[in-house]
Design a protein around this ligand. Structure first.
Ligand code: FAD
Length: 493
């Protein structure tokens, strides 16, 4: 194995790990970033799909949108000199009501007055809870355990009998964000999701949440940071073992003491130690590690000595959701000719959301800066139980069902794309789901307080343990920067 020495070994070259490495080097610390895949960017990923028209079309397989509250990511994108553009949103939207009736509308969703009033009431309740609990430490709220014991669905049905209102509100957190059925996570987890975006009302506002994109794709953010870091980023090297103290010194008693410190509320200070990250071809010796991988993958690494027992238990309560991002590319954005924005919505349906995702600017498939593609792209989402079912079908049937579902919103022309692609992040060994991880019922109040605490010299950074920008690239960037600054702070002591 090649031996390397540096101040900090960063594990994972997604936006969190690369932002940590960028910040550390800017403060004069040396880094090695070890990445399992043969590319950087993690859950942000530029792709090309071959079209029946003989062209290759650009798609974003993973994360892509930036919302106005995601100020750290916005500033980084500017620093890196990457142009952005807004999602196309001129014209009317389409809503499919529970009985399948198609409504074309502008402004407010075309539901009955009673349903609208119920939705407004539920949203107001969630806004109030989000403001009260906040995103920084929901586990510290006096009612944390109580709010974490109630499934989100149970809470909604305890407040309203209007099924359509419940479905329409639940989608914003359940299938739309955590990508898990609303029976499987708690009210507290839903409130964290809302608080991390500023409010529940922000989540409901697709013009806010799905505002801007990076020309050339969100993976460009990671590519640009990796280019700055040069040879400090090493690809194709999954970390298999992480030694984080001198093995001889780490007796079982010493480890239990670490756990006892945490239990007694004594913060782990994240000071330097002896760290050795081992991959197939490298042994990187450092004084700190930043673990910048999704929490569901923490246990893919062997820790020597093992992590304290509380962490080992806590990590088992975080799991990935499941969603398929659907791309369908058409010869033209035909929906625009019909006065439609491409924004479509139908709570509980196979494809529950659709948006105009036409590309602009230079990207991996070519294009001129600032110029929109002549082909029109739609993006849709098939979430949680629907995604489970659809993956069981033969590929042709799967495509047919999804395009049929899209045609219910956009008409028969939706069934004739020149290119079609389904993001399959659940089959990616170094992700295993989408969009992100969240706690099971009761997990956030029991284990959340541990997620950002360093363990000895190991610091944690990932969008899935963020407050602002939780489960988003902005949260990843914030966490990477915060972990790096905590290490810089240690070095100054
Ligand atoms: P990741 O991006 O997961 O990066 C972690 C890295 O660690 C990966 O490169 C992985 O290969 C590597 N790794 C794992 N294990 C090891 C190991 N043992 N050794 C070495 N390396 C390892 N966010 C938005 O803001 N807007 C969106 O529109 C949006 N849409 C999304 C759509 C999809 C389909 C998906 C999947 C995600 C979406 N997200 C979106 C979420 C966003 O992509 C993530 O929040 C973000 O990428 C998380 O960054 P991260 O660095 O924390 O983790």
């Amino acid at each position: 194995r090649t031996a390397r020495d540096c101040d900090v070994v960063v594990i994972g070259a997604g936006p969190a790990g690369l932002m940590a490495a960028r910040t550390l080097t800017r403060h004069g610390l040396s880094v090695t970033v070890l990445e399992a895949r043969d590319r950087v960017g993690g859950r942000t990923w530029n792709g090309l799909v071959q079209g029946a028209d003989g062209r290759e079309h650009f798609i974003e397989i993973g994360g892509q949108w930036i919302s106005p509250d995601q100020t750290r990511l916005t500033a980084l994108v500017e620093e890196l000199g990457l142009p952005t553009f807004q999602r196309y949103r001129e014209g009317a939207s389409v809503y499919l009501s529970p009985d399948g009736t198609r409504h074309v509308y502008d402004g407010e969703m075309p539901v009955s007055e009673t349903t609208q009033a119920e939705m407004d009431r539920l949203i107001a309740e969630l806004d109030a809870l989000a403001a009260e609990v906040g995103a920084t430490a929901p586990w510290d709220h006096p009612r944390a355990a109580e709010l974490d014991a109630v499934p989100f669905r149970t809470w909604l049905t305890s407040l309203s009998e209007d099924q359509e209102a419940i479905d329409n509100v639940s989608i914003y957190v359940a299938s739309g964000m955590l990508t898990k059925p609303s029976t499987t996570f708690s009210l507290l987890q839903a409130v964290l999701m809302a608080a991390s975006a500023g409010s529940f009302s922000n989540l409901v506002d697709e013009d806010f949440i799905l505002d801007a994109r990076v020309e050339g794709g969100m993976q460009s953010v990671s590519r640009a940071m990796a280019a700055e870091l040069g040879e400090d980023v090493v690809l194709g090297q999954p970390v298999r073992t992480l030694h984080w103290a001198e093995p001889d010194a780490a007796t079982a008693d010493a480890l239990n003491e670490v756990a006892a410190d945490v239990r007694d509320g004594v913060p782990q200070d994240g000071g330097p130690g002896d760290v050795l990250a081992v991959t197939e071809d490298y042994e990187v010796r450092a004084r700190y590690a930043v673990l910048a991988v999704p929490p569901n993958l923490y246990s893919r690494i062997s820790y020597v000595p093992p992590l304290p027992r509380r962490q080992m238990v806590a990590h088992q309560h975080l799991s990935m959701g499941l969603v398929i991002k659907v791309h369908a590319v058409y010869e033209t954005p035909f929906w625009r000719e019909e006065g439609l924005s491409g924004t479509c919505f139908g709570g509980g349906r196979l494809v529950q959301e659709l948006y105009d995702n036409t590309n602009r600017g230079a990207n991996d498939a070519g294009g001129e800066p600032g110029v929109e593609d002549t082909c029109g792209t739609m993006v849709g989402f098939v979430s949680d139980v629907h995604a489970e079912r659809i993956w069981e079908l033969p590929a042709e049937r799967r495509r047919e069902e999804i395009l049929e579902a899209m045609a219910e919103y956009l008409g028969p022309r939706a069934k004739e794309p020149v290119a079609f692609f389904l993001s399959d992040m659940a089959a990616e060994e170094w992700t295993r789901g989408a969009y992100a991880t969240s706690y099971d019922l009761g997990g956030l109040s029991r284990w959340g307080h541990l997620q950002n605490r360093p363990v000895g010299p190991i610091h944690f950074a990932c969008s899935d343990i963020a407050a602002e920008g939780y489960q988003h690239v902005d949260g990843a960037v914030r966490m990477g920067e915060a972990a790096a600054l905590a290490i810089v702070d240690q070095e100054r002591r």
